[in-house]
Design a protein around this ligand. Structure first.
Ligand code: GN1
Ligand code: MG
Length: 347
């Protein structure tokens, strides 16, 4: 298949080196090395993104806006093929190609608070530059993606209809833990039904590998724009907290390694507010700590739901994989909530 796609961009596959790239759970990604430089080729998972052309639509609108209002901003849109298309549909599959930013590198984990600061600055800058753009023009590429109320209903449904009674039994402790922390869902309901905080242009996948850094480790830009759509700032800040404050990822099974690094939290706070501080309203600012609870909890709930439903969404490389991921996230949630006072105090 890749041999059919690359020529559409004028790339000769026989003269290129193609390797799998990154550790995303949803899309397939390859790096393509050619005589004229490197490219990232990506196949969009259309089981998840039901309307891949909506992604294309959003990115075109954002590019038009940013190229006009902030022409110096580095915005990585997909390349056009020889016929001018930036999303290709071929034999029922969807592809796009990006130019690799040669002077950049990415990180899989935040090792120093400065990296968290830079990444948070990049995501803050993205939403700030787009604060004058009418977010309602964007299509919801994943409707209800971070709608925690709906996710909670889906979780309850999975508890009532698990793939097997055995899985439900194995998950019993984690299920109780999700239910015990239901106040996190109630706060989300209050936020979303009370219009307490505005809908903005939100990235919705702010892990550190979605930021490109230069050789001096300064943030250059954000990538992986499939989930850019209207949302709340708690989604972006929350996923940064979830993935930067802990020294190990959601894949870690040694729960003793899960901890909350206060200096990384403060770095996220400083980096994000350096860009978005004047844009966020007071209500939003008061939900900064909550953002971490919201995202960590939602991720635990999503992994656990998937375990109960036979791993159909995230897949699983070993028995109990999604159960472990959920457990990992619930340990992280506990550690995070234990440190509330310290995190909220100024550094
Ligand atoms: C998925 O595929 P990836 O790694 O970019 C998921 C995120 C989760 C993440 C957990 C579309 O992102 O919401 O936070 O896995 N994306 C989608 O690793 O579901
Ligand atoms: Mg992603």
């Amino acid at each position: 298949m890749l041999n059919k796609i690359l020529p559409l961009y004028g790339i000769d596959p026989s003269a290129s080196e193609i390797k799998a790239f990154g550790d995303g759970l949803i899309n397939h990604t390859w790096i393509v090395k050619t005589d004229t430089g490197r490219f990232i080729l990506q196949q969009v998972n259309h089981q998840v993104f039901k309307k891949p052309f909506d992604i294309d639509h959003n990115i075109r609108l954002l590019k038009e806006y940013l190229d006009t209002v902030y022409p110096d901003y580095l915005f990585i849109a997909a390349e056009k093929d020889l016929s001018g298309k930036s999303m290709l549909q071929i034999e029922g599959a969807y592809f796009r190609l990006f130019r690799f930013v040669e002077t950049s590198h990415s990180l899989n984990v935040a090792e120093h608070p400065e990296q968290a600061f830079e990444a948070a600055g990049q995501f803050g800058k993205f939403s700030r530059l787009l604060s004058g753009f009418d977010a309602s023009q964007l299509r919801a590429t994943l409707p209800d993606f971070h709608n925690l109320s709906l996710r909670y209903q889906q979780f309850l449904h999975a508890c009532d209809h698990p793939v097997s009674a055995e899985r439900k039994k194995i998950a019993a402790k984690l299920i109780s833990c999700i239910i015990e922390n239901k106040d996190i869902v109630e706060t989300f309901e209050q936020i979303s039904t009370g219009n307490e905080i505005p809908l903005r242009v939100i990235h919705h996948d702010t892990k550190i590998s979605n930021v490109l850094f230069d050789a001096q480790e300064k943030g250059l830009c954000v990538i992986d724009l499939d989930t850019v759509m209207p949302g709340y700032f708690i989604s972006d800040v929350g996923d940064m907290i979830r993935t930067y404050v802990c020294p190990v990822s959601e894949e870690e099974t040694d729960m003793g390694k899960i901890e909350v690094r206060i200096d990384f939290y403060h770095a996220i706070y400083k980096g994000y507010t350096a860009e978005m501080g004047n844009t966020l309203n007071d209500n939003e600012a008061s939900y900064f700590f909550y953002a971490g609870k919201f995202l960590i909890y939602m991720q635990a709930l999503r992994f656990l739901t998937d375990y109960l439903l036979d791993d159909v969404y995230y897949g699983s490389r070993y028995e109990g994989h999604n159960l472990n991921r959920a457990k990992n996230q619930l340990v992280l949630l506990k550690r995070y909530m234990e440190k509330e006072e310290l995190l909220k105090s100024q550094p």
